[in-house]
Design a protein around this ligand. Sequence first.
Ligand code: BV8
Length: 232
Amino acid sequence: MAEIKRIVILTGAGISAESGIDTFRDAGGLWEQHRVEDVATPEGFARDPMLVQRFYDLRRAVMQEVEPNPAHHALARLEREFTGELLLVTQNVDDLHERAGANPLHMHGELLSALCAICETRHPWSGTLIDGPPCPTCQAEALRPDVVWFGEMPYQMDRIYRALANCDLFVSIGTSGAVYPAAGFVQEAKRHGAQTLELNLEPSEGSHWFDVSRHSKAGELVPEWVEEMLSE
Ligand code: BV8
């Protein structure tokens, strides 16, 4: 692998699976228990806000009972020890990267944040939203989960595309490559000459775009890869 100075990493639900957090598309995953349209779209929220608040309240509670796994810890080690530039982008709304000591860019928002639909302020939130608590800023009872639903614009896209245009290596970890624009990042990185690596339990929908694909559990693949990167 040529000298790697700038890395962009994208993680998905697969990196949190071994911590005990359901993925979306694996058997029994989150989407099988709910129709995406009902719980992860603005229309679904407008139609049945209680259903959606319950869906996210449950995930926010479960997330606080599980721990980061070796894959999260390995990426935090890479952030600490890699001497080049590293941007960790996650599609996940859990805080397991943070609890392992990493500093991810949450392109699809975070469970531990509430967004006021009236004044658009954001507030750290570890409790429930089902009872319609007042916004700490404007007192409106209009707090929603601060997550990006289908049809909504993911966060910090300019920053992500700038990093993809300048990286030497793009690594995708634990994602099915089913949702855009995240699923298109590998093509964007490739277009700018980056090497591309997929670490996933099985080939994702975008596997064919990757120079190298390794298939096993993230808890094994990621520490191994980080050790390789840091010993080069
Ligand atoms: C937007 C947050 C534009 C909420 C999520 C047709 C073509 C192309 C695009 C579209 C289209 N029609 C509609 C679109 C756009 C749409 C989209 O892509 N739809 C898909 C279904 C086709 N995208 C959007 O709407 C996005 N916004 O495009 O905005 C725009 C433009 C102008 C103005 C306004 C807007 C927004 C999408 C964000 C939706 N929010 N999450 C929440 O968490 O509830 S999506 C959610 O699913 C995740 O965040 C993630 O992004 C996505 C995929 O999930 P994964 O993380 O990949 O998880 P999954 O279960 O799918 O896969 C797990 C993988 O891990 C598997 O591969 C498995 O093998 C592996 N694995 C399992 N265990 C392990 C493992 N790997 C390693 N180790 C293990 N142990």
